[in-house]
Design a protein around this ligand. Structure first.
Ligand SMILES: Cc1cc2nc3c(=O)[nH]c(=O)nc-3n(C[C@H](O)[C@H](O)[C@H](O)COP(=O)(O)O)c2cc1C
Length: 189
């Protein structure tokens, strides 16, 4: 028998949902991307790491993320006219360290630039940058589901994105390079 499927655990009492800590630990088994969502605020870049960036709609083109209501950065992001999403590469561990600092210090030691067209800050060399205009905010419990209309999308070379899973940063298979022009469904060894 496959050892990865040998044991199943019911994490909640019969007929009840699990407690929040158990829920959070269980859901950490779902891998996420690591993305910096950022904007200009009072002439300075503001931003935070999110693991909840996702595509939302094709008609119209929408993306979104979940912002923690407790975040001190979120109000500035919600008020911005344009926001940027910079996807991190597997080699961007220093960026993660920088964005775990207080919000005033986050852009000090990372390479970033203000986009000429949209004015919002982006991380230099990010494999994918999406520019968006806030489109809707939906209540999502202790988070806000922020939806943005896509203004532009830029890719930058082949890359492997950074992955967050099991409560830690990890990588994709080294043989799997994500390229701009490849679109294949199915399993590839
Ligand atoms: C891998 C990772 C993923 C995260 N995902 C989210 C997220 O999806 N939404 C969010 O609001 N905060 C997320 N955070 C926490 C934020 O980056 C930020 O630290 C937190 O919202 C506190 O905000 P503030 O420091 O701006 O006050 C994540 C942090 C890490 C390290």
């Amino acid at each position: 028998m496959d050892t990865e499927t040998a044991m199943t655990h019911d994490l909640s009492p019969p007929g009840a949902a699990p407690d929040p800590v158990t829920f959070r630990r269980a859901l950490s088994r779902v891998p996420t991307s690591v993305v910096v969502v950022s904007a200009m605020h009072d002439g300075h870049p503001v931003g935070m790491l999110v693991g909840t960036f996702t595509s939302v709609s094709l008609t119209p083109l929408l993306v979104g993320y979940l912002g923690d209501r407790g975040s001190s950065t979120l109000p500035a992001l919600l008020r911005a006219e344009t926001i940027s999403f910079s996807v991190l590469r597997e080699t961007d561990l220093r960026t993660v360290t920088a964005f775990r600092r207080p919000r005033e210090a986050r852009f000090q030691d990372v390479s970033w630039e203000r986009d000429r067209q949209f004015g919002s800050p982006v991380l230099t060399g990010a494999p994918l940058v999406v520019f968006g205009r806030p489109w809707a905010q939906t209540d999502a419990g202790d988070h806000v589901f922020v939806v943005a209309e896509v203004l532009a999308v830029r890719t930058n070379g082949p890359a492997r994105p950074l992955v967050f899973c099991g409560g830690r940063l990890t990588r994709m298979d080294p043989g799997h390079m994500v390229d701009n022009d490849i679109w294949q469904l199915g399993w590839h060894e």
